[in-house]
Design a binder for this molecule. Structure first.
Ligand code: ASP
Ligand code: MG
Length: 470
């Protein structure tokens, strides 16, 4: 059994759905498959906007639902022969009507809780999986629609719910394992044990696929996207970027945390636990091998495996003589930010203890500064801590790779390459896993920095070199 997941960009319209179904169909004669699908491209964003509009009393949400309905109707007309269209359309139309009613409810009460938003978002995956499974049946494939709310259970942290692995794996085995047809499962959505709809976080369908794989004891997970695999760097920024053949789970996790948009980082958790390999494949180029993410991978000859970066971040520095040797400042700083729901992307503290700096998303930087000023008010008044400010227009760059562990000279090579280009580094962090060195630079230097590092570690024309095995 293999679990295949297709994302929104692979399912944008009737044509793309046909391509996906062809890929699935070709394999059914020899393999047992379980399929996970996301919503059509842009639908989840649209649903969130509709919910926000309805909450403001802005009736544009109605046009959104109507256009979503149109998009589905068009797909039905293109995919099904005339005599099958009506029966296919009925359940989709019913769902669209229900969505409209819920949004109308939001408009009336002028309030959309996270719980309601989860319910609203769930329509994207549900509509799509109903559509695709009916289409497959119309071709004679025994596809069976599965609403993941019947088998993936979470707590009630809406928007980013935490999975109950034990209950989930048990139920998956029982509910999906015994299905005779090919399960077409909604990605992203889940439920509390009481039956309240939850979601696994944006782009969570990858995670759904790996939960199913773990529950079913599958031999592999395949994440089908619109790129040939995981790339060594963002190809929009680095012209030499190439497809990485193999990555360890930990490397893939680091890459995805650092904005490489490869795969949802949680996906690796069930896969690691059950030692299930993950393949990243291209829907539009299915014969290409793709990237393998697994435990025992063949090592390549480069010092690093890839480069990732996060744009639009701000650096906040808490600095002052009064921090020296005083325990508890770091804890107060981090607690204040955590209470405000501000995520810290990177932290660095010099051993002089004179300053702690942390990187947050630019949108959250003003709020972060205010929270820290409130928290450290008395220290600032007593001049033990200097005034707190944020620097913006920055980017984090992370070089990632298992080979860095225990290999001296990598940061030397990295920073001297940047030095020769005159690129100034504002902060540096390396975790003791030694799998990742991250640093902060000004956005204006980012493209030059990425290309310089790529050249320093992978050489010119690296697509050829990447096949070398040390
Ligand atoms: N449709 C959801 C989202 O856009 C889940 C996914 O695409 O994986 O976040
Ligand atoms: Mg998506």
């Amino acid at each position: 059994m293999r679990v295949l997941k297709f994302g929104g960009s692979s399912l944008q319209d009737a044509d793309k759905i046909r391509t996906v179904v062809t890929i699935i169909q070709k394999r059914l004669s020899t393999e047992k498959l379980c399929i996970v699908l996301s919503a059509m491209r842009g639908v989840t964003d649209g649903l969130i906007r509709a919910a926000r509009d309805a909450e403001q009393g802005d009736t544009r949400y109605r046009q959104f639902v109507e256009s979503l309905e149109q998009r589905k109707l068009q797909a039905v007309n293109e995919l099904f022969p005339p005599e099958q269209r009506e029966q296919t359309w009925v359940p989709l139309k019913t769902l669209c009507k229900e969505l409209m009613d819920i949004l109308h409810g939001v408009e009336l009460v002028r309030e959309c809780s996270k719980r309601s938003l989860d319910l609203i978002m769930s329509f994207g995956e549900r509509l799509n999986c109903i559509l695709v499974s009916s289409y497959m049946r119309s071709l004679g494939i025994p596809a069976e629609y599965v609403d993941a709310r019947s088998c993936i259970f979470t707590d009630n942290r809406h928007g980013n719910a935490v999975v109950d692995f034990k209950l989930t794996f048990q139920t998956i085995k029982k509910e999906i394992g015994r299905k005779k047809g090919i399960p077409i499962v909604t990605g992203f959505i889940a439920s509390t044990p009481e039956g309240v709809t939850t979601t696994l976080g944006r782009n969570g369908s990858d995670y759904t696929a790996s939960l199913l794989a773990a529950g079913l004891g599958a031999e592999a997970i395949e994440i089908w996207k619109d790129v040939d695999g995981v790339l060594s760097a963002d190809p929009d920024k680095v012209k030499d970027a190439f497809v990485i053949d193999e990555l360890s789970y930990e490397e893939a996790m680091e890459m995805s945390y650092f904005g490489a948009e490869v795969i949802h980082p949680y996906t690796m958790i069930p896969a690691i636990e059950k030692n299930i390999p993950i393949w990243i494949k291209n829907t539009w180029n299915p014969s290409v091998r793709g990237t393998l993410i697994a435990r025992n991978i063949k090592r390549h000859g480069h010092a690093i495996s890839g480069i990732a970066s996060i744009e639009n971040v701000a650096l906040i520095n808490v600095e002052g003589g009064g921090m020296l040797g005083v325990p508890g400042i770091a804890s107060r700083v981090f607690s204040a930010l955590a209470e405000a729901g501000i995520n810290i992307i990177m932290i660095s503290q010099a051993s002089s203890e004179h300053s702690i700096c942390m990187v947050v998303r630019k949108e959250q930087s003003a709020e972060a500064v205010q929270k820290l000023k409130d928290e450290l008010k008395s220290e600032i008044e007593a001049k033990q801590i200097e005034d707190i400010t944020a620097m913006e227009n920055l980017e984090i760059v992370a070089v990632i790779g298992e080979n860095m562990r225990g290999t001296p000279g990598i940061s030397g090579k990295l920073f001297s390459a940047l030095g020769t280009q005159g690129i100034n580094i504002l902060a540096i962090a390396q975790g003791s896993s030694e799998r990742n060195i991250s640093f902060v630079i000004e956005s204006k230097d980012a493209s030059r920095a990425l290309n310089t590092i790529h050249r320093a570690f992978f050489g010119e024309n690296p697509a050829r070199n990447s096949k070398e095995v040390s």
